[in-house]
Design a protein around this ligand. Sequence first.
Ligand SMILES: Cc1cc2nc3c(=O)[nH]c(=O)nc-3n(C[C@H](O)[C@H](O)[C@H](O)COP(=O)(O)OP(=O)(O)OC[C@H]3O[C@@H](n4cnc5c(N)ncnc54)[C@H](O)[C@@H]3O)c2cc1C
Length: 596
Amino acid sequence: MQTYKAPLRDMRFVLHELHGDTKITDLPGCADFTPELIDSILEEAGKVAEEVLLPLNASGDEEGCHYENGVVRTPKGFRDAYRTFREGGWTGIACDPQYGGQGLAQSVAMPVFEMFNSANMAFSIYALLNNGAYEAIAAHGSDEQKNLYLPKLTEGAWTGTMCLTEEHSGSDVGIVRTKAVPQDDGTYRISGTKLFISGGEHDLAENIVHLVLARLPDAPAGVKGISLFIVPKFLPTAGGGVGPRNGVVCASIEHKMGINANATAQLVFDDATGWILGRPHKGLSAMFAMMNAARLGVGMQGIGIGEVAYQSAVAYAKDRIQGRALSGAKDPSKPADPIIVHPDVRRMLLTMRAYNEGCRALGGWVSRMLDIAHRSPDPERREEAEDFVELMTPIVKALFTDLGLETANLGMQVYGGHGYVRDHGVEQFVRDGRIMLIYEGTNGIQALDLVGRKLPAHAGRSLRRFFHPVAAFIEENRNHPMLGEMVQGYEKAFGALQLATAHIATKGLSDPEEAGAAASEYLRLFGLVALGYIWARSAKLAQEKMTTAGSEAGFYQAKLQTARFYFERILPQAGSLWFAIKSGKDAMMSFNDGAF
Ligand SMILES: Cc1cc2nc3c(=O)[nH]c(=O)nc-3n(C[C@H](O)[C@H](O)[C@H](O)COP(=O)(O)OP(=O)(O)OC[C@H]3O[C@@H](n4cnc5c(N)ncnc54)[C@H](O)[C@@H]3O)c2cc1C
């Protein structure tokens, strides 16, 4: 059975205790968001996840979307759920109050998205895409565009899409062929075919606002020649209503491995009317406003899938009886002990837990910095926070989704054969979660972004935003009476990351293939070290609070023990990653193409 209870206690730990040094209420526009209000928002979101979305997860997967003559119907129950979702204001929680949103800080919105993704990832993608479109229009739209589209997206009356991919153009968006021809009235005629468009057609909302990447007739080749256009399914009327149908049709939807309840559409634009978003040939920066929001959102999918897989596996491991504990029977009244007694099952459960809680805490840090970047009145703090978020975005996207899928796989392993067959619904987590590593830029592309763009950014200034607090923490806690040993072990992993960074910076300069060959392992190493920092801080806090925590002592004790597991059983991988990176490109690049 798919088991899920919103992990509210851990979310409160992240929001109020671990990252509580920058109070959300101190941020401009957030004075009302007291811890009490935030907790009640999280509780309500948890109820929507558990009571509205989770019950539709397996049935939506089973039924899938229906396509007929250009029309897509979502599975039974989705329209009602979407109405409930809209009425609750969840489509616009992080949107600007000026456009009808709740103006919630990103650090609160992210755990909300995590819960929705745990309960029903396919449903949540319809909303996730809205955020990307909203961010792009908010950052690059004219006042007229903002006033027309943002209230509709906020309200969820209209949903957004990102139309980048074409048959021949996936990771390489510089070669898109969709054309945009300027018209005398200032609009553009858009023609071309876009593939794999999430939520490209559905029956949940009145209109769909496609953000389409296309080329103008005079566009230079490559990414310097792409522009972004707003192309609504129905042309808006002067009063902001829904007018005649635009020249875009859904030619088909994909039959795919997972997220079956989310329509992945092939869209044909045939002289469709569009409006340019931002400046001609500057589509890349508008696209990144959209993609960065979506990449952090996909990171939340990673935790979401990981959490539901973990909770389901724990419930099963306590119930399923097989074999006897190696230390002697734990429950002699039964023919066998529950599988949770076995070291290997505990290894799997603790790995899952350490990944989920670590990513939640690291994601909490990144989203708090995102709030500072967006809202702080202090330009220096804003710059510092922006650097940090830029650096961490590929890590959140790729690490969280890699670990989310590993967690879903471990969850299935805990169920054994009963996980592989469909009855318990846990194979759905693996099928649904697999796409997280592919869309919004594959995880390989994220790794290249990290080594190629983020490491050298601002002459290493972004990197220092992470390295400096880590180095200061190590310095301060190396001789900590309780945690000193853990911190000293951590220092070695941090040292490996420093060596790998210097290695890539030097080698990559003279030979970019060296950086490319090291990129994925480097991202994993960076991610594990970042999780290590957050686990060390969590452990320190838990240790300080435990003795006076009363009935909460169990929570802090479990936090401390999970941290210990992370440092003893997971972080040592940092050493081998460094060895792999150091070995260089030769083992793969000298291999003869013909021998593959
Ligand atoms: C279910 C689903 C939903 C999607 N939703 C959307 C959506 O809403 N909007 C949208 O525009 N697109 C969407 N996509 C498309 C998705 O973003 C692309 O599939 C993805 O960007 C990869 O492109 P590709 O499939 O063409 O693979 P390719 O780009 O052909 O990549 C194939 C492999 O080569 C690697 N590779 C490619 N180039 C490089 C390089 N330079 N260096 C190293 N490795 C490289 C990749 O990492 C990958 O492993 C969706 C796809 C799916 C399956």
